[in-house]
Every structure is written in C-alpha cells, then in structure tokens.
Design a binder for this molecule. Structure first.
Ligand SMILES: Cc1cc2nc3c(=O)[nH]c(=O)nc-3n(C[C@H](O)[C@H](O)[C@H](O)COP(=O)(O)O)c2cc1C
Length: 250
C-alpha cells in the first residue's frame, strides 16, 4: 500500500501539522509512505504525480480564519483538476489543528476537505480536529526533555553508588501520567484514525482538545504568545500598539 502525508503548515519547521503527520506515519508501518510539504509551490508538480499512484492521502493542516489556509487552497485547486483528469483513486483523510482550545472549531475546516473530495471525485475517509495545537506541540518537546533529564539524573545517581529503589521512579510515572492525561483526547483520536487509515475505512469526523480547562488555557496561551513574540524580537510596545485598520475604524 502507498500513502502520502502532506504537511499543510506554512512554517518551515516546528509545526504541529508536521508533528501530527509524522505521528500518523507511525501507524502505517509496512506501507510505502511519502512525506511532503505544500509550503511552497515548487513541490506541487512532484506531489501531483504521486496522487496517481497512492491509496491514501493524509493532509495535516492548521486552521486559518476558521477555514483552509490560502496556500492549501492553491494546492487543492491544482490537485482537483489533476485528480479528475487522471481518475485518481485514493482515500483522503485530514488532520486539522487550531490555536484556540476548542477542537470543535475545526469541524467546518474538515467539512471543506470533504466537499473538495466530491469536487475532485475521490473518496473522503474522515478526519480529526485538534484544539490547542500549539500546546500539543510544546508539550511534545518539553515532556520528552523532562523524561530524558530525569532518567539521566537517576542513572548518574546509581553510577555514584546510590541504592536503587522503585520509589525513585515515582516522579517519572507521575509526569508520564500527566502527559498522557493532557494528550489523552488527541492520542485516542489519532489511534482511531490510524486504525481506520490502515483499513482504508471511512470514519466520522472527530474533534478533540488538550485536556486543560479553558480558564487556565487562555492566560497560559496569552503568556506563551507574548513570550514567543518577545523572543522573535517584538518589543512589548509593538505588541500593545493598535493596528492600523483598528485605529482608523475607531
Ligand atoms: C493567519 C492565521 C490564522 C489563524 N486562524 C485561526 C482560527 O481561526 N482559529 C484558531 O483556533 N486558530 C487560528 N490560528 C492559529 C493556528 O491554527 C495554530 O497556531 C495552529 O496550531 C498552527 O498549526 P501549525 O503549527 O501546524 O502551522 C491562526 C493562525 C494564523 C497564523
């Protein structure tokens, strides 16, 4: 079986879509899987040629203004004509992620891909929507680092002669439990989608989110965005400035 996993994020690196796409690839062991990005138009011709031979297409893309990002629309327009002309016969699955915590915001985004399948005359397999996508990405970096540092520190302790005891590993298990809890919804939906993709079965769209209450997520996300902006060289006064359109309208 052949599958193509497309990363629909415009980010060069560090995208949630890329991470979710790579994770989905783990479910396709034994398949011929081709990963590609539609960030720039350069790769379109090569990607289109693959559409003729694949059995499954998985698109992982972010939600932009409650819909499909414009560069993804550009790709889909070309792919639609290509699929109709070449009678492509793959099953299309989509993984959408968004910045807000509510995964249900992705519902319309997924429907748009379903509509595209009808236009392109290919089969729609279903999709998942992930709320709090940025948080999913950050935790997927932070927690493995925490685990690695902890394991390393334990090994150093043992190497220096400290007695081995099961209780020393309790913090690791606690952190693992927290990680699995926060990502529980995403992991569940990914596993279900992965199983359905392997069987090339059509499944209903599922939306999930990071398991954090909204009242905690919002201040945390605000702080994260401010720190990220500062890290990228935006000073605090730029961040507080009214944008031009808003200024004129007022
Ligand atoms: C131009 C733009 C529009 C966005 N629109 C939305 C939106 O309507 N709703 C939402 O929840 N998040 C929105 N986001 C946030 C992204 O969906 C979010 O950051 C996502 O995790 C990015 O995924 P990626 O890392 O795969 O690119 C928007 C981001 C950008 C840059």
């Amino acid at each position: 079986m052949k599958a193509m996993i497309l990363n629909g994020s415009p980010k060069k690196k560090g995208s949630t879509s890329g991470l979710l796409g790579r994770a989905m690839g783990c479910f396709l062991a034994g398949w011929e899987v081709w990963h590609a990005s539609i960030r720039t138009k350069k790769q379109f011709p090569e990607i289109l040629q693959h559409l003729k031979e694949i059995d499954v297409l998985i698109l992982a893309a972010p939600l932009y203004v409650d819909g499909i990002p414009s560069h993804v629309i550009e790709f889909l327009q070309e792919a639609e004509a290509f699929c109709r002309e070449n009678h492509c016969r793959f099953v299309f699955y989509a993984i959408s992620n968004n910045g807000f915590i509510e995964g249900s915001h992705n519902r319309v985004h997924l429907k748009m891909y379903e509509c595209w399948c009808r236009r392109a005359d290919v089969a729609w397999g279903g999709g998942i929507g992930v709320g709090g996508g940025e948080m999913f990405y950050v935790l997927s970096i932070v927690y493995p680092v925490i685990f690695a540092v902890f394991i390393l520190s334990q090994l150093i302790r043992y190497a220096m002669g400290a007695p081995a005891a099961l209780a020393h590993w309790a913090p690791l298990l606690k952190n693992l439990a927290v990680y699995l809890f926060l990502n529980g919804g995403v992991l569940y939906c990914m596993v279900r989608l992965g199983v359905n993709v392997r069987r090339m079965r059509t499944t209903k769209n599922r939306c999930t989110r990071m398991m954090v209450p909204s009242f905690l997520f919002i201040p945390m996300a605000d702080l994260f965005m401010i720190l990220t902006a500062l890290f990228h060289g935006k000073n605090i006064f730029t961040l507080l400035k009214k944008d031009e359109i808003g200024g004129k309208a007022n």
